[in-house]
Design a protein around this ligand. Structure first.
Ligand code: BYC
Length: 316
């Protein structure tokens, strides 16, 4: 039937479906740019989950107790799972998984800026859970209502797991903040280093965001970058106060009129440098992912050889 309709008519019907909150499924007609936008966002998101395993994986062998180690291992494994759901969701749009991953390894594809910062102390495991997973939840809960069905459904499970990640992180930071003066200092130092990069996770300001307007029209995104960033600040500042830590922003102030916090200017030069590949750990992250693929080659080859052997056995 779609062949009989003009592109304009197809686009009109597509937008009507979106406006009526009807999910778009893989075999439905969709504009090329809708498909491209989703492949871009979902694959960047998948890469972020996989690269996001590295800064925390770095601390698994140094976790301070068996309990902390088990929890951290589970969290890092959850992130691998999130990456896999997301690569699968991108495949439903026609993306080739190997090519998508090659784009990450060649430096062509983006992933979240936040994972280009180093994890220098155990407190960073707490702060990442508290702030980074906290920001991820703020951004991803609305994505559960994304117009594209497979992405929206993947997000439901991801968000449930992210909530557990956020809680375990906040628990680590709370314990440190209530510990010895050295432990409290470690927690404060970690907050000082992760606060601004966490705010950058939400992306450029609305005035500079290239994709937000169209993505909101298509209901891929449900909120603007600045809107989510503000919600994150409003929720997180009282949490820091509760555990006696100070947000490293001299301009942070409650605005009675707006019933919201005013906060200082983000260093957009730093953000732009990091997303262009010049952050503190960009090169190391890509190198680690490339090595992981290379080191896993024998597993893929063995699995393929095994599959071939089974196929031959069945054929006999
Ligand atoms: N880092 O027009 P804009 C997680 C890029 S959480 C790097 O606003 P859009 C995890 C953007 O891609 C993190 N690049 O774009 C948590 C675009 O470049 P291109 C992952 C960024 O797409 C804990 C350009 O800047 N979450 O995984 O409308 C543990 C202009 O931006 C960033 C997601 O991916 C950034 N922070 O909005 C483990 C959530 N911000 O593509 C893992 C899904 C912007 O034109 N994604 N850019 O070259 C989204 O919601 C949206 O893609 C964004 C950006 C809000 C991130």
């Amino acid at each position: 039937m779609s062949q009989e309709l003009s592109i304009e008519e197809l686009e009109k019907r597509f937008q009507e479906k979106i406006d009526a909150e009807i999910k778009i499924e893989p075999n439905d007609w969709m504009p090329d740019d809708y498909r491209k936008t989703l492949i871009r966002q979902i694959s960047q998101h998948a890469h972020s989950e996989i690269v996001g395993m590295l800064p925390e994986g770095n601390w698994i062998t140094r976790a301070p107790s068996l309990r902390r180690k088990a929890v951290l291992l589970a969290k890092v494994q959850d992130e691998a799972g999130h990456g896999l759901y997301l690569y699968s969701a991108a495949e439903t749009l026609g993306a080739d998984r190997e090519e998508t991953i090659d784009d990450l390894h060649s430096g062509k594809a983006k992933y979240s800026s936040i994972f280009n910062y180093p994890t220098l102390s155990w407190a960073d495991m707490g702060t990442i859970g508290w702030l980074v997973d906290g920001a991820a939840i703020m951004n991803q809960v609305p994505l559960c209502r994304c117009s594209y069905g497979p992405y929206a459904r993947a997000m439901v499970r991801v968000c449930k797991e992210e909530s557990f990640h956020q809680r375990q992180g906040f628990e680590i930071v709370t314990k440190l903040a209530q510990g010895t003066p050295e432990q409290k200092e470690m927690a404060q130092d970690s907050l000082n280093r992760w606060w601004w990069p966490s705010l950058m996770m939400f992306g450029p300001s609305d005035a500079d965001s290239q994709h937000t307007a169209q993505s909101m029209k298509w209901k891929i995104k449900r909120n603007t970058n600045d809107d989510l960033r503000q919600q994150f600040v409003d929720i997180t500042v009282p949490q820091a106060e509760l555990i006696g830590l100070t947000i490293p922003d001299p301009d942070l102030k409650w605005n009675e009129e707006r019933q919201s916090y005013d906060f200082g200017e983000i260093n957009w030069d730093e953000f732009n440098q990091v997303i262009r590949g010049n952050g503190p750990c960009n090169k190391k992250r890509i190198e680690d992912r490339r090595n992981a693929k290379e080191n896993g080659k024998w597993v893929r080859e063995a699995a393929l050889a095994h599959a071939e052997k089974r196929k031959m056995k069945k054929a006999v």
